[in-house]
Ligand binder design. Structure first.
Ligand code: SDX
Length: 426
């Protein structure tokens, strides 16, 4: 029977090593035995930006990038987007199973009863310039929450962790909505526990505006929150795990994860897509824009993905949700540009050869814009959905006996030892 091992021959010293294979993977630490002389540190693997490195074992989200498959705890994203809701999906991601009615009601009550944002936080919100970027304020406010819940540092206490998970899921959308109202010179709208999670978010932003809280809009927002909830070891989830591994409170880890999400290569792409579409005024501009992309002068934002080498299944779901929103708001004028851009890009060798397809961010901004949400809030909405995923990853990290503080190694390329030179002699 074939052995589940890798045989490596170090030709430098003609030595052979047998390394165990588990899940088609080898443990990088098994390379450390490979040395020329005994006093060496031993061999490492070099993987800038971790393109081929598994940092953990996880049962939360499964992605098949070649087939465009995404499942949360085994459930296809298409079924969850169609039949579930954000609160139920957050429970699924964090605890591993779909809750029954009684479990869901308790989860909902535990979150609703922890939605009282500390009063001084509202003063901090008022202190922000009204034109501050909402992601900068969200990152700051979530970190500030940690100062009001000092006991959250007790991350070995499951009850404490559950309480802070509930507070974060409850309060992140409130912080976001409160800053939005502040930025618009409007009074803050308190959470309303008679509303669903998505409806409550929209109500805190738009204060009962009938059109903005139309059932189609609420349903689309709920779907968007589900579609953004988790995506295995993406950049921000990796940050959540890295920061979480040094064992601060979860507010500090979520704030760090949100900082990673802010970047235009990650969650900030939805905002960048709208700016890109806005710059492409007419169909004729599409050609010259795509030429600039192929000359590597600009990126086609909302396209491409480290894992998906097929159409992002979330983009398909979002395109479907868009129709129900546009039925209420009227079609977004940028939609035609987006559809033409997609159609041309998907037919051109540059994009085909690089497996560049629309990702989750390509269409989401068009829906948000049609909902009357300012472009700068788009990534904040991504963060609201992704908070559940970050917390699920954090909780799984804490219960993984193989995990300890993250501390990668390096290949040193700097100077050898050299003596200090007085400034007069430099
Ligand atoms: C998210 O990881 C996740 O799961 C993230 C996410 C999640 O849910 O958490 O899915 C959310 O972040 C989605 C991605 C949003 N970002 C964007 O839309 C920004 C535009 N996309 C690119 O920046 C890029 O596609 C990335 C960052 C998403 C992925 O980059 P990779 O995997 O590092 O790919 P790469 O840069 O090595 O690109 C391979 C080739 C290069 O060309 P060559 O050097 O081979 O000639 O493809 C080109 C790249 O130049 N390329 C693009 C492109 N993306 C890749 N060219 C033009 N436009 C693009 N968008």
């Amino acid at each position: 029977m074939a052995k589940n091992t890798l045989t490596l021959i170090d030709n430098r010293v003609d030595k052979t090593y047998e390394i165990e294979i588990e899940s088609a993977t080898i443990r990088a630490k098994d390379l450390r035995q490979i040395k020329v002389t005994e006093d060496e540190f031993g061999m490492m693997s070099y993987d800038p930006s971790f393109e081929n490195t598994a940092s953990c074992k996880s049962g939360i989200t499964f992605i098949d990038g070649d087939k465009g498959i995404l499942r949360y705890r085994g459930y296809p994203i298409e079924q969850l987007a169609e039949s579930s809701n954000q609160l139920e999906v957050s429970k699924l991601l964090i605890d591993g199973e779909l809750p029954n009615e009684k479990e869901f009601r308790k989860w909902q009550l535990d979150i609703q009863s922890n939605n009282a944002v500390p009063e001084p936080i509202k003063d901090i919100i008022q202190a922000f310039p009204k034109n501050a970027h909402p992601m900068g304020t969200l990152i700051s406010l979530v970190a500030a929450l940690s100062t009001f819940y000092p006991e959250a540092k007790n991350i070995t206490n499951d009850k404490e962790n559950y309480l802070n998970i509930c507070r974060l899921i409850a309060q992140v959308p409130i912080l976001a909505a409160h800053f939005y109202r502040h930025s618009q010179n409007l009074t803050l709208i308190p959470p309303d526990n008679s509303l669903s999670y998505a409806e409550n978010l929209l109500n805190m932003m738009f204060d009962g505006d009938e059109k903005k809280l139309h059932p189609n809009i609420v349903d689309a927002m709920d779907k968007l929150l589900i579609l953004h909830a988790d995506h295995e070891q993406n950049c921000s989830a990796s940050v959540m795990r890295n920061v979480g591994s040094s064992e601060p409170d979860p507010y500090s880890s979520v704030s760090a994860a949100a900082s990673a999400l802010y970047g235009p290569l990650h969650g900030g792409a939805n905002e960048a897509v709208l700016e890109m579409l806005g710059d492409i005024q007419t169909a004729d501009d599409i050609r010259s824009f795509l030429d600039k992309v192929q000359n590597k002068e600009v990126k086609l934002m909302g396209f491409g993905h480290r894992v998906y080498k097929a159409y992002d299944p979330r983009a398909k779901c979002i395109k479907k949700a868009a129709d129900s929103v546009f039925a209420i708001t009227g079609t977004n004028p940028l939609l035609d540009i987006a559809l033409q851009l997609e159609s041309i890009a998907l037919s051109e060798e540059y994009f085909i050869a690089r497996n560049l397809y629309p990702n989750v961010d390509f269409y989401s901004g068009l829906i948000y814009q049609s909902m009357g949400i300012p472009t700068e809030m788009f990534t904040v909405l991504f963060a609201i959905g992704r908070t559940a995923g970050w917390l699920a990853q954090w909780k799984e990290l804490l219960s993984d006996d193989e995990q300890k503080i993250a501390r990668p190694r390096q290949i040193y390329t700097g100077y050898g030892s050299r003596n200090y030179i007085d400034v007069s002699k430099r």
